[in-house]
Design a protein around this ligand. Structure first.
Ligand code: C5P
Length: 280
């Protein structure tokens, strides 16, 4: 069985206070992108992971492995699985690459092993191993709240916008960025309600005005290069730019995929990773 694991961006990320479980309360609007990893699953006696395209651990610390192990334990299924993972989404990038692989494993094995686990149960299993997994299981455009476990789909008629992603050579630690956020005296709180209203009105110009991320100034304080990347993508014609998640990837939005592809050709920054894709 072949599975696709799509990247996501945060069109808006509002980080609020710390919860009793140590995580932060969030309000975020997430969007699935066409860019994806590919997973090929086949019969095996144990859980085996084989990775092409990235230098990642293949043992129990790997999120795809964790997802398979958790599902096996939860369902009592006794066979293993071989997962061949072809990575296209960069690591530690703010694009939910690892969470998306884990979500694809949960959805895929639920079918492959014929477990008939309900979507809500799968989401709470997924939330145990990563905050972005409940969203990745559903995909599309969604308002995501709580720690990441409350996922409400957003219906809209916005065109499938083009997206240019630019990731500098370094990655960031999400936990470190959240720790630094806690020290900010006057954090930025973008308004998700305003963005949702603009999306409902099908108002592209209004929607762009609400792009915002509480973590962007924090990651910029560590890596000011992010400002340069935003300028470069704007100069290439983006209608809006924002850092995704805890970063460091910056995305630029374009009216369609072909304008994103043309812009990506123009961007040439210190051998940074540049990719044109679109909403899906
Ligand atoms: O859940 P996940 O492993 O993706 O989260 C990575 C880190 O991000 C957590 O260890 C935590 O420091 C931070 N985080 C948070 N609040 C959230 C989601 C993530 O503080 N809602």
């Amino acid at each position: 069985m072949i599975l696709k694991a799509h990247a996501k961006i945060n069109l808006l990320l509002n980080v609020m206070g710390i919860r009793l479980d140590g995580y932060h309360e969030l309000e975020t609007i997430m969007q699935t992108l066409e860019l994806h990893d590919i997973l090929e699953i086949s019969e095996a006696p144990n859980i085996e992971i084989d990775i092409t395209g990235a230098d990642l651990p293949t043992g129990p610390e790997n999120l795809a492995y964790k997802a398979a192990a958790l599902l096996r334990e939860y369902s009592g299924y006794t066979r293993g699985i071989k997962i061949k993972l072809y990575k296209h989404i960069p690591l530690a990038a703010g694009l939910a690459g690892g969470s998306s692989d884990a979500a694809a494993v949960l959805n895929g094995l639920n079918q492959y092993w014929n477990l008939k686990i309900k979507p809500k149960e799968l989401a709470s299993l997924g939330a145990k191993i990563g905050s972005d997994i409940p969203f990745c299981l559903q995909g599309g455009t969604a308002l995501v709240r709580g720690r990441g476990e409350i996922v409400s789909p957003v219906k809209h008629h916005l065109p499938p916008l083009g997206v240019v992603l630019v990731k500098p050579l370094f990655g960031v630690s999400t936990a470190q960025i959240y720790r630094l956020f806690d020290q900010v005296t006057n954090p930025f709180h973008p308004d998700y309600r305003g963005m949702l209203k603009a999306i409902e009105r099908n108002d592209l110009v209004g929607f762009i005005k609400y792009l915002g991320n509480s973590l962007e100034p924090v990651t910029i304080s560590l890596h000011p290069e992010i400002i340069k990347i935003k300028k470069e993508i704007s100069n290439a014609g983006a209608i809006g730019t924002l850092m995704s998640g805890s970063g460091p990837t910056v995305f630029g939005l374009f009216e369609n995929l072909s304008s994103a592809e043309q812009a990506a050709e123009k961007i040439n920054m210190d051998s940074y990773w540049v990719k044109a894709t679109c909403f899906c």
